[in-house]
Structure formats: C-alpha cells, structure tokens
Design a protein around this ligand. Structure first.
Ligand code: PLP
Length: 406
C-alpha cells in the first residue's frame, strides 16, 4: 500500500480563544477605526504597534493594511518616485516588485545563490550599474543572507536598505531580528505568514523622519498624536505639509486578533522549526536531492521548506511534482514556465524589463518549495518526508541519475 498524506498545506491554526475574545470586544463597542477612541482609550492598533516595536527592538512601529502596502510606504517615505530604479531580489514573490512598480519605479533584479539568498557579487555589480539608491531586500522563504557583509556593501555605496520580512517575523541574523538592519523593516500579517489577521502589515524603523512620513502616508488624518510608537510631534511638523495621505491603515479589529499572536510568536517559531528539522532529517542523503544549508548565524523560522533538484530535466521535475501531488504532498516549482498560484519568478514580471540572470535561472529551474503549517504534526512531517524521498529517489533512478551531477 502506498502511503498517502491527507493534511492540508494551506490550513493554518485557528485564531485562539483570547484573540476571538479581543475581536468580540472590539465588535461590541464598535470603534473599529483606529482613530475612533473613547476618552482616555488607547486603541488596539496603537497597542499592537507598541508591542511589536518592543518585540523587535525598534524605536517606532506603524501597523498598515498589508505587507505590500508597508513596502510601498517605506519606499515612498525614502523619496523613491516614478522612473527611479530600485534593486531587489530576483527570487522573491510578486508583491515585492509590485510594491516598487506601484510608485512608478522600476525593479532591477539581483541574482540568487544556491543558498537561496541574494548574490552579493551580483549586488555589488548592480549597485554600480543601476544607479539605484535603494535596495528592497527580500528575506525570501526565510533565507537570510550574510547581513554584515550586505550592510557593509550598501553602507559603503550609500545605498539605503528596506527589508521585506514577510517570511522572517521572529527570525534573526547573529541574534539581531530581521527588519533591524536596514532603515526600515516590513512585515506581513496575511494568513499565510507568521501572524494571521487575514490581511495586514507592520513597518518598523529607528528613523524619526522616515517614520513620521510613513504615518502621514498611511492616512493619519493628522491624528498622529494617537500613536504611541511613533516619533515625537517635531518630526511630524517638519514633513506634514508635503506628505500625501494615501490611506492604508490597520484597524482595531485586526490589531485585536494579532496582539495575542505576537505574545505567542516564540512558541510558534519553535513549532515551525521542529517540523522543519523533522523533514530535513527525513530527506538527508536522498539520491539526486540537494538540501539547503542553514548557516549557524541564521535564526530562521522554518514555516516552509525548500530543496533543489539541481540540473534535473524539467520533465523529471514535473513528474516528481505530479506524483507527490497524487500522494497528497503539494510542492511548488519555481522552474515552471508559467506563473501559478503564489509562485512566479522574475521572468514573469515583464513590466520590469528583466535582464538575463543565467545563474539564477539554474537555481530556480530545480527549486521546489513546500509550506509547513503548524496544523501538521511531527508524525505528518515523517509521512511527507517518506513520500518525497520515495518519489524523488524513484524519479532519479529511473533515468540513471536524472542528468544530475553524479
Ligand atoms: C506575502 C509576501 C509579502 C507581502 O504580502 P501581503 O500579501 O501584501 O501582505 C511580501 N513579500 C513576500 C516575499 C511575501 O511572500
């Protein structure tokens, strides 16, 4: 009997009773808009900002409508405008180049290494050839590059960094939380990320001017004194006449759902990592399969799992994906010719006029990706690893090595 996995790769944990109670309290009083407060009240959105600032060690925090909105707002606060070129990862998800394009700016893609992080050599070259002043760095699928080397390179060139931490809430590099290296850090609280309010985003920074601009941009209606994790009034006085209101606020209902989740983040991170390591252990020494090394400095969050079928022919990879799917294991393939679901590559974002990145194409051609929701048990992870191991092994052997370097 072939083993079949029956769990859902898109089923996150339910909202806790505490989150539901907090949401009901907001619904009962009816003040959902973040600036709609009873006398003396501090709203849920403001409290969420204060708590996330404390959790990440940032001076300031702003809650917004989505991760994509947070990124666009960070770029806008830095003065990125129409026609500007902005560096970003070739390996990321569509909302990242989308945030750049939303300002009329143009993404310039930097390649990816086999470790799935930004290629610092290619970055150095693109810094000189692109004329960009900002890098929107995506910690895609939770893989964190050598942040010391990256910041040294960017600081030396006078390039400002915005971090996309959609997959790294709770993650660190050398003990420092992601989002705390660049001038601004952007997080998503969309259902598939590390905290779930359906939609939502968080922006952090230590820079008073950037954050004052971001608060005004997000649609503060000059009520910025109702924030408790925002810069002092002087910072607003300096920029309030030339910063447009581009509404994208967080509301008190979603903030109420999120606050208990922040409190439980460390525990969920441990849960994801236990599942990640279980899958990794189950896949070790699978013929034809390359696992991704995780450097010791990286305090990652294993909410998804990536692996390489390096230099395999496309039809063999398609066969593995199809056979795993038939046994209930859902893989995304970054080498697919057409964008599908949440998976697309720099070649599909044609509005950016992508250059050629052959080394990146080679990595993406063999890259498989799998979600690891916390609704999976460790025993589920063992089943998944056994199915992957069997199907990858069988496909590899059926072609005497599947063209991989043996
Ligand atoms: C999900 C995601 C975002 C932002 O997501 P929203 O859906 O706009 O909240 C940003 N970057 C990456 C890599 C993502 O996966």
């Amino acid at each position: 009997m072939q083993e079949i996995f029956t769990g859902s790769f898109t089923q996150q944990e339910p909202i806790s009773d505490e989150g539901i109670a907090a949401a009901l309290a907001v619904l009962r009083h009816g003040r959902l808009h973040r600036y709609n407060l009873a006398p003396g009240e501090t709203g849920e959105a403001a409290l969420l900002e204060q708590e996330f600032a404390a959790l990440s060690g940032a001076r300031y925090c702003l809650a917004v409508a989505s991760g994509g909105y947070a990124m666009a707002t960070a770029l806008r606060a830095m003065g990125v405008g129409a026609g500007d070129r902005v560096l970003s990862n070739a390996f990321t998800l569509a909302p990242v180049p989308g945030a750049i394009a939303s300002l009329g700016a143009v993404p310039v893609f930097v390649g990816v290494t086999e470790g799935l992080t930004i290629d610092l050599e290619d970055l150095a070259e693109k810094i000189t050839t692109s004329g960009a002043r900002v890098l929107l760095l995506s910690h895609m699928r939770g893989h964190i590059c050598d942040m010391g080397a990256l910041m040294a390179l960017c600081d030396k060139a006078g390039l400002r960094v915005v971090e996309d931490c959609a997959h790294t809430m709770g993650a660190t590099w050398e003990g420092r939380p992601t989002g705390r290296f660049g001038a601004m850090g952007c997080f998503s609280t969309q259902t598939y990320k590390h905290a779930n309010s359906g939609e939502g985003g968080l922006l952090i920074s230590d820079d008073a001017e950037l954050m004052a601009r971001a608060v005004l941009l997000s649609g503060s209606y000059m009520l910025y004194d109702r924030h408790i994790a925002a810069p002092p009034p002087e910072a607003f006085a300096a920029v309030k006449y030339d910063t447009p209101n581009i509404s994208g606020r967080m509301d008190n209902l979603r903030a109420a759902i999120l606050r208990p989740q922040l409190a439980g983040l460390a525990e969920r991170v441990a849960g994801w990592n236990a599942r990640y390591r279980r899958i990794e252990t189950g896949l070790r020494a699978t013929p034809g399969l390359t696992l991704i090394d995780r450097p010791g400095q990286e305090g990652f969050v294993g909410s998804s799992f990536q692996m390489l079928l390096r230099d395999w022919p496309a039809d063999k990879i398609e066969q593995v994906v199809a056979r795993c799917r038939a046994r209930g294991v859902e893989l995304k393939w970054f080498g697919a010719p057409e964008p599908a679901g949440f998976t697309s590559t720099y070649r599909h974002w044609r509005y950016a006029g992508a250059g050629e990145l052959p080394a990146t194409d080679r990595v993406m051609a063999g890259l498989l990706d799998m979600r690891l929701p916390l609704t999976f048990s460790l025993a589920d992870c063992d089943v998944i690893a056994r199915i992957l191991r069997a199907e990858i092994g069988a496909a590899f052997q059926s072609e005497g090595g599947a063209g991989a370097d043996v």
